[in-house]
Design a protein around this ligand. Structure first.
Ligand SMILES: [Zn+2]
Length: 145
């Protein structure tokens, strides 16, 4: 599906947004990252899924701090999609809330040469249209302060 950029932001290539993941992709409307949480296990679960993988309990989305560290990354220089400018950084970041709670994202507003595994990052959101849905794509950047 074609994505229409808003405010000059290049489109992000997103997975299909189904009912299970919709809250993850739309919750950033108020600037807060929300991650699925199992109350029975008292732990976050990502990527979103219909039930907790450990206890099959119901998951609910909870606000997290948006603080993370860079776990690993790669810099893409090959432009496979003509609408996505290069270079761009594909990263696995670990959220502050829980060891091993990692998500795949892009790093923005940072020279790829300045990236160091373990560095502090903070979430921000890119508003984009996807069909009838407005999504708020979580991306990460070094904290401004
Ligand atoms: Zn559980």
């Amino acid at each position: 599906m074609t994505q229409t950029p808003i405010s000059g932001i290049p489109p992000r290539i997103l997975p299909e947004i189904d009912d299970t993941a919709r809250q993850y992709w739309t919750a950033g409307a108020d600037g807060q990252l929300r991650i699925a949480f199992c109350a029975a296990c008292a732990r976050h679960v990502h990527p979103p899924r219909p039930r907790c993988p450990d206890c099959a309990g119901i998951l609910e989305f909870r606000v997290v701090s948006g603080d993370a560290t860079l776990f690993t990354y790669t810099v893409a220089y090959q432009q496979f999609n003509p609408s996505v400018p290069t270079p761009f950084v594909i990263a696995l970041v670990e959220l502050a809330e829980q060891p091993g709670l990692r998500l795949v994202t892009n790093i923005v507003d940072c020279d790829p040469e300045a990236l160091v595994c373990g560095m502090a990052l903070r979430v921000r959101f890119e508003e984009q249209r996807r069909g009838d849905t407005t999504v708020f794509v979580p991306v990460f950047a070094p904290p401004l302060t």
